[in-house]
Design a protein around this ligand. Structure first.
Ligand code: AMP
Length: 112
């Protein structure tokens, strides 16, 4: 499968790694939309949050248990935003489930 995030996880494409364990991988976004912009992805290829089901929901639960640790590591003590884009209307450009962790300033009120 030709997936850029799978290649980042395997190390075939370099990234600025922030965190890794057996279930997930986090790295800095190459085109940051905020002073701090990190992505966290499951190592298993799940296309998007729309593909989450009873079998793989534990992966997402794990990711959400890791996000506060990463936020602390990145100095986001004043708060941050977690976003996942889904499909064409959701403007998902990489078809491997990922959560954006955005912060480092007070973010826009706009969500859409
Ligand atoms: P989305 O539009 O929600 O699918 O987000 C995909 C994100 O992946 C974008 O914010 C891109 O800047 C980011 N991205 C794409 N390629 C890379 C890469 N090689 N390293 C780090 N981030 C990337």
């Amino acid at each position: 499968m030709n997936c850029i995030f799978c290649s980042i996880i395997s190390g075939d494409i370099p990234s600025k790694k922030v965190y890794e364990d057996e279930i997930c991988f986090a790295f800095l976004d190459i085109n940051p939309q905020a002073p701090v912009h990190c992505l966290i992805v499951p190592k298993a290829h799940i296309q998007s949050a729309d593909e989450v089901n009873e079998e793989n929901a534990c992966v997402v639960a794990h990711i959400f248990s890791v996000i506060p640790k990463i936020a602390k590591e990145l100095g986001l003590s004043a708060g941050y935003r977690v976003v996942t884009n889904i499909g064409e209307d959701g403007r998902q450009s990489v078809k491997h489930l990922h959560f954006h962790i955005l912060g480092g300033k007070q973010l826009s009120e706009n969500m859409a």
